[in-house]
Design a protein around this ligand. Structure first.
Ligand SMILES: Nc1ncnc2c1ncn2[C@@H]1O[C@H](COP(=O)(O)OP(=O)(O)OP(=O)(O)O)[C@@H](O)[C@H]1O
Ligand SMILES: [Mg+2]
Length: 470
């Protein structure tokens, strides 16, 4: 007989047995063990292979003697004999046992220990399961073959918006009632052998959107019948937004490079066009050509607009190591308030500035900081239309050790699907907007080590400009 063929078949057979088995050769050396035995004794396979069998059964004789002894008892009592066995920790216990000698060359003793099937780490594994279920960051669901939820972790309950006690043993169709099959977190096909690995899925509950990474698999019994399935998932919402941030920074850097390369090329010809236009304007005025003079005036305003745009472009591309000075924020606001006030007045909007004379010193470029506050006030006024209040307050953010200038408007707020994009260059919802305002603000504030945050819940919007202060 082909020895290895039969040996590997024997090994395979041992794995299928529900109780502990080991095979020993004629000298009593262990040549194979099954997994149930490893789990039950706590030994690693390598710790048992080639070792004498008395590591498992503390018997003083040879394996042949043990075989004969067990057989004799069996015949005498017409039942299985019991042997003492020993776990790795040295615990002794008894188990019904039977030794068979399968047809193999050289002969092998296959020692079956029928009562040895409980895992010594059973309690530990149970503990792990309990921990996974309580774990706040891991979604874990076990589904039976019939499609009922047998086990579910707290996080998964939270995601589904259901209490654990209400969801246990509930059928999937009930748990996901009202959710179309293709949008379900746990689909029925899970019980049909469909396997998922690191599949990105999103799930929305109570207007909160979760980005998930899902693994799932069908579980089969020894006969190949479906026993159930499990689903494991991790909430990666924050990681995804981190990825998006990196992507966005790459994009910003690229725009910056393009801006730096083209801005000057645009500006130079503009300067000469502007110069000649000014000459024309004067000549037209002198020769009384009023209509032509008005046209050149429009052309000049348009050129100024292009120039302003190019300046913003350049700001985006400026390298980080600019020289900064100490800046008194109070002076910055005293200088921009008249502009903001006049714009507010024009739109019928009230201005509420409560920080007069109380702002700290910061490090930065006064002109650039003015631009930041002006841009944000301008956005607020534009958002409110023809009535409302623009408030400018400040507070100290103790946690971050920064001063926070809070600019609040009573406008319509920023919808959720827009808020992620408002700092992107060229993102605008305005017909006349360039979409560079906030991108430039963010760059200026980041360059001095500050942050811009926006909160907009329902009505009204607040921009918090956080700056390190002295
Ligand atoms: N206070 C606000 N209330 C509501 N939406 C706002 C507010 N501030 C900004 N936004 C939104 O963010 C978008 C981007 O603003 P940003 O200042 O970058 O560009 P813009 O104002 O559209 O154009 P520009 O500043 O060049 O005039 C705006 O188009 C608007 O949709
Ligand atoms: Mg703007």
């Amino acid at each position: 007989m082909d020895l290895w063929g039969s040996f590997s078949r024997l090994k395979h057979f041992m794995e299928y047995l529900p109780h502990s088995v080991f095979a020993a050769d004629r000298t009593g050396r262990i040549v194979e063990v099954n997994e149930v035995l490893l789990r039950a004794t706590g030994y690693a396979r390598e710790e048992l292979l080639n070792r004498p069998f008395f590591h498992i059964i503390p018997y003083r004789g040879t394996i042949g003697q043990l075989h004969s002894e067990l057989k004799a008892i069996e015949e005498e009592s017409s039942g299985l004999a019991e042997v003492e066995y020993c776990s790795k920790e040295g615990k002794l216990a008894k188990s019904k046992a039977m030794i068979v000698i399968p047809q193999a060359e050289p002969p092998l003793y296959m020692v079956n220990l029928f009562d040895l099937n409980k895992c010594v780490y059973y309690n530990l594994l149970e503990k792990v399961l309990a921990q996974i279920i309580a774990e706040a960051n891991l979604g874990f669901v076990v589904v039976s073959a019939q499609g009922t939820i047998v086990e579910i972790s707290q996080m998964a309950c939270k995601l589904l918006g259901l209490e654990r006690s209400r969801i246990l043993n509930l059928h999937l169709d009930q748990a996901f009632a009202g959710v179309p099959e293709e949008h379900r977190l746990i689909k029925r096909e899970l019980l049909e052998g469909v396997k998922m690995q690191n599949k990105a899925m999103s799930w929305t509950n109570n207007s909160q959107r979760y980005e998930l990474l899902v693994d799932s698999e069908t579980l089969y019994d020894e006969q190949g019948q479906v026993m159930g399935a499990y689903v494991l998932f991790k909430d990666v919402t924050n990681m995804r937004s981190f990825d998006q941030k990196i992507e966005r920074n790459d994009r910003l850097a690229m725009i910056g490079q393009i801006a730096a390369g083209t801005a000057h090329e645009i500006r130079n010809p503009l300067t000469s066009i502007k110069g000649f236009l000014q000459m024309f304007q004067q000549s037209f005025a002198e020769s009384g050509m009023e209509r032509e003079r008005a046209y050149t005036e429009i052309m000049l305003t348009e050129i100024n607009r292009i120039n302003a745009l190019v300046s913003e472009f350049l700001l985006l591309s400026k390298p980080r190591d600019v020289q900064y000075r100490m800046v008194d924020l109070n002076t910055v606001f005293e200088e921009i308030l008249p502009i903001v006030e006049s714009q507010a007045l024009l739109h019928g909007i009230d201005l509420d500035y409560s920080s007069r004379g109380q702002l700290p010193m910061v490090v930065g470029d006064a002109e650039l900081l003015k631009q930041v506050f002006l841009n944000i006030c301008k956005n607020g006024i534009e958002a409110m239309g023809s009535e409302g209040t623009l408030s400018i307050h400040h507070h100290i953010d103790e946690e971050r050790d920064m001063v926070s200038i809070d600019i609040h408007d009573t406008g319509p707020g920023i919808p959720l699907y827009v808020i992620d994009k408002i700092f992107d260059p060229f993102f605008t919802t305005k017909e006349e907007g360039t979409g560079l305002g906030l991108a430039v603000c963010q760059k200026i504030i980041h360059d001095v080590g500050g942050q811009i945050r926006v909160s907009s819940k329902g009505y009204g919007t607040t921009f918090h400009i956080l700056l390190p202060y002295i």
